[in-house]
Ligand binder design. Structure first.
Ligand SMILES: [Cu+2]
Length: 144
């Protein structure tokens, strides 16, 4: 029985990719001309080592970086997290009001219903490309 469970777990960890980092449920919101966008997702490190995201690339924005929203008194502010690290076995949720991938200098606004891709470069040399779906403006969770 132990053997069967072990087998199942190793399959689950490798569905889609075996890099050790699983990025799922990525979504974004429609934007207005000249404004920034954001990508939200669930990032899980299924490996036994910490993994750092070193760079993020996408065709829809000239700059993409990890940000964290935080409350400064009553003001919502954001800071850039330069070395975004996911400890071994941990999950980081990127969601409105918290961690997010900021998309800056968008040549074109993001349109509801569109799809695009984001590429994550990892410190161990690999990279992961993730599909992102664009929801409505003001959407608070992944579009159906
Ligand atoms: Cu931001």
């Amino acid at each position: 029985m132990k053997f069967i469970i072990g087998l199942f777990l190793s399959f689950a960890a490798c569905s889609g990719l075996c890099e050790g980092l699983q990025i799922t449920d990525a979504w974004s919101r429609a934007t207005v001309e000249g404004r920034m966008g954001a990508v939200y997702a669930t990032i899980e490190n299924t490996s036994g080592n910490p993994i750092q995201i070193q760079g993020i690339k996408t065709d829809v924005a000239k700059v993409a970086e990890v940000h964290e929203s935080y409350l400064d008194g009553s003001m919502m502010r954001m800071r850039h997290i330069e070395d975004f690290m996911i400890p071994a076995g941990e999950v980081r949720k990127l969601e409105p009001g918290g961690l997010h991938i900021m998309l800056m200098r968008l040549p074109e606004p993001l349109v509801e219903g569109a799809k695009f891709q984001v590429e994550f470069d990892l410190d161990e040399g690999g990279n992961i490309t993730v599909p992102v779906i664009v929801g409505a403006m003001g959407q608070m969770s992944k579009p159906e």
